[in-house]
Design a protein around this ligand. Structure first.
Ligand SMILES: Cc1ncc(COP(=O)(O)O)c(C=O)c1O
Length: 357
């Protein structure tokens, strides 16, 4: 038998989450965000389950071309656009849509004489990507005069739609976006998962859900099941060694955990080289034989220790769930002081993805 760790990808959960997105946003077209190998889930299986999405958004040109070659006809949007003029023939050939967020890109496009479907990104306050609002009118005019655009869509991105106390920052960004785009009749794209759910007034023509498709909550104050989202990835492994501890015995590197009673522990084939967060502390939840247990001591490269003291039926080869069905990834992320995005994207290539339908 090979090393028992695996990530099971539940495609029916993905399809159900897509249907849930449609319930949250009945009028908008859905640009499913599938960057970073579909948030670590595996591009092609994910796209097969999301084939009814109205478009796909990602950053990697090779992946976009592979999707087109595989026959997906929807708009495929490159969220950082193109980086050099040499890429433009590929954009044209494969009918890829490009975010334009910088004047340099406009110059490249007009020099190349290619015409693209363009999503013009406006910086409304996040100060990551986007044109300054003052540049918008001039750049739209330039793109039209120079026939660079087959179509134009106007977009922005919220910095804090996921944080309940940041309502004002969302309103401020949305107001800036509305005031500078209101005189145009181009379609707009604004909302990520958090905004789709919490600020439905921002949904406009194209929504861009990512994390909610994968069954994780965008919010700290709501669980995925509150939002009727189903976990797509279940990271699981098995117990590969068992030890009995006496009071005072220590566990793992630097002996960070010390037994204060006689204990039984299991060693699980899963470590930070598999993508499990190294900074997860003692007491981070795990499931053993579907019962809740906890991590003990330092996460090492290939293994963790878990508490089996109260799990009588656990033994060698018992099933362990690190996150997924029965244990929300959001809960593990919270213990590890990170978010679900990072955990899902970090699952290592050496962890086999098993597809379930
Ligand atoms: C521009 C843009 N739109 C949409 C998304 C999807 O966001 P989420 O996964 O929070 O729904 C992202 C993700 O980071 C993004 O960068």
């Amino acid at each position: 038998m090979s090393r028992p760790i695996q990530a099971t990808i539940d495609l029916s959960a993905l399809t159900q989450n897509l249907a849930m997105v449609r319930q949250y946003a009945t009028k908008a077209r859905i640009m499913a965000v599938i960057k970073a190998d579909a948030y670590g889930h595996g591009l092609f299986p994910v796209v097969s389950a999301l084939k009814d999405a109205d478009g796909f958004a990602l950053l990697e040109l090779n992946a976009a071309i592979a999707l087109r070659k595989a026959g997906y006809q929807q708009p495929i949007l490159l969220l950082e656009g193109f980086f050099s003029i040499e890429e433009l023939p590929e954009f044209q050939r494969y009918k890829l849509s490009a975010v334009i967020h910088h004047e340099e890109q406009v110059a490249m496009l007009s020099k190349s004489k290619h015409r693209l479907d363009i999503f013009l990104k406006i910086n409304t306050g996040m100060n990551r990507l986007g044109l300054h609002p003052n540049q918008l009118a001039r750049i739209i005019k330039y793109l039209i005069d120079n026939q660079c655009a087959r179509s134009l869509t106007l977009m922005t991105h919220f910095a804090s739609a996921d944080i309940p106390a940041e309502k004002e920052s969302v309103s401020r960004q949305f107001e800036i976006f509305r005031s500078i785009t209101k005189d145009y009749h181009y379609p707009c794209s604004v909302a990520n998962s958090a905004a789709i759910i919490r600020y439905p007034e921002t949904q406009s023509d194209w929504i861009r859900p990512g994390i909610m498709l994968y069954g994780s909550s965008p919010f700290p104050d709501k669980t995925a099941s509150n939002l009727q989202l189903k976990p797509v990835m279940t990271l699981s492994s098995k117990i590969i060694a068992i030890h009995d501890l006496q009071i005072g015995d220590k566990v793992g590197y630097h002996g960070l955990f010390e037994a204060d009673r006689p204990m039984r522990i299991g060693i699980v084939a899963c470590g930070y080289a598999d993508g499990y967060p190294r900074h997860a502390p003692t007491n981070t939840p795990v499931l053993v034989n579907n019962q809740r247990s906890r991590l003990l001591g330092r996460v090492s490269m290939d293994m963790i220790a878990v508490d089996l003291t109260d799990i009588r039926d656990a033994g060698l080869s018992s099933a362990v769930i690190l996150w997924g069905k029965g244990l929300p990834v959001d809960e593990v992320a919270c213990h590890a002081n990170t978010n679900s995005y990072e955990l899902l994207c970090a699952v290592a290539p050496r962890v086999e993805r098993q597809i379930s339908h």
